[in-house]
Design a protein around this ligand. Structure first.
Ligand code: SF4
Ligand code: SF4
Length: 87
């Protein structure tokens, strides 16, 4: 659907996209981040890490809204989200 006009505060409220960084040394493959991501940005890898875990990996970063759920839910502090504003 093509919008023919925009809200007055469009620039202020413009969508924020995120870059996802997963620390492979910290991730223990619990899958919480994959389960809680509302946009299916993350998935579990099929390959094992040197420690024997299936790690979380990014499958489609373009869908990330930088909501931060994954960052908050990760018990190992293995995820960091970097935000960029798209206007
Ligand atoms: S910040 Fe939100 S949308 Fe982005 S990967 Fe994490 S949970 Fe998913
Ligand atoms: S929540 Fe953290 S430890 Fe669990 S799979 Fe995701 S990144 Fe790895």
């Amino acid at each position: 659907m093509k919008l023919w006009r925009k809200p007055f505060d469009y620039a202020e409220k413009a969508t924020t996209s995120g870059q996802v960084f997963i620390d492979e040394e910290r991730c223990k493959g619990c899958g919480y981040c994959v389960e809680f991501c509302p946009r299916e940005v993350l998935k579990m890898s099929t390959e094992l890490s040197p420690k024997g875990y299936n790690l979380a990996v990014v499958q489609d970063e373009s869908k990330c809204l930088a909501c931060g759920f994954c960052e908050v839910i990760c018990p190992e502090f293995a995820i960091r989200i970097s935000t960029t504003n798209e206007k």
